[in-house]
Design a protein around this ligand. Sequence first.
Ligand SMILES: [Fe+2]
Ligand SMILES: [Fe+2]
Length: 327
Amino acid sequence: MTIAPVQRNASLGSSAWTDARLIMALEEVVETELNRHLKVAKDWMPHEFVPWSQGRDFDGVLGGEAWAVEQSKVTPLGRVSLVVNLLTEDNLPSYHHEIATMFGREGAWGTWVHRWTAEEGRHGIAIRDYLLATRAVDPNELERARMSHMSEGFESDNSHSMLQSVAYVAFQELATRISHRNTGHSSGDPLCDQLLAKIANDENLHMVFYRNLLKAALEIAPDQAMRAIADVVTDFRMPGHGIPGFERAAAQIAIGGVYNLRIHHDDVLQPVLRHLKVMEIGGLGPDGLRAQDELGVFLGGLDAQATKFDERQAALLARRAARKAAQ
Ligand SMILES: [Fe+2]
Ligand SMILES: [Fe+2]
């Protein structure tokens, strides 16, 4: 692995930190984090989590049985979340393109880009195999949605900035972890829960990698990194936002407690921000201070919005329970 000349302590003004210089300066950190990741990441076998004995031929070429919703024990909420999570994972070629273009394919950066892509690849494989073997979703609808979603491709909101890209993936990997974990909990199938816990563990390690990289960026270029964090946090959206029917699915996922504003604030944004001590970092210049202030104001507003959501959710669930009791 190449170790690039490190300029972490070079006396450069913040304006000197172009993306290219940052990528060079962070290569040593990438190498350290990559080696740490490879030590703690345990390989696992997606096929072991798929109950193949439950599988049977579908209609069509093999003349098997057509899909019907009652063939699966997965809950309606689990089904919606699993499809969103899988379609999100399916767009991996676009994500690979984004990070390979931004971080490069050489040296430690390149080794990470390829390793990450290989790990992400097994998430889509495992979830699709599970869904098809257990008949948890309509396979025709799933395939049509995959074709439509992948045909659109994915373009990051952050591809114009290396620091924004790193900040985004630090939060997004944790968001994905939480989303997989909560989907497993609400799936109604212990095996699905086990599979998604395994995937969530991969996502957590990805988050740790990017979070540690972001920490190093805050040390090297604090004002620019603070600005990147503020921009990403205040404008965050999940990578699956282009999925057909995403808004409706996201509403069900929010009400069902798989992923919503409260979870986003408490379980995704705050843990990363607290770990990096983003709100306590001192010694910032005017640009960094402005970004830190914006972030503080935004987080306060988001917390209040999340509280309003909590109240609406509780009222809706109470109404549903009352309707059910009256039936
Ligand atoms: Fe993944
Ligand atoms: Fe990941």
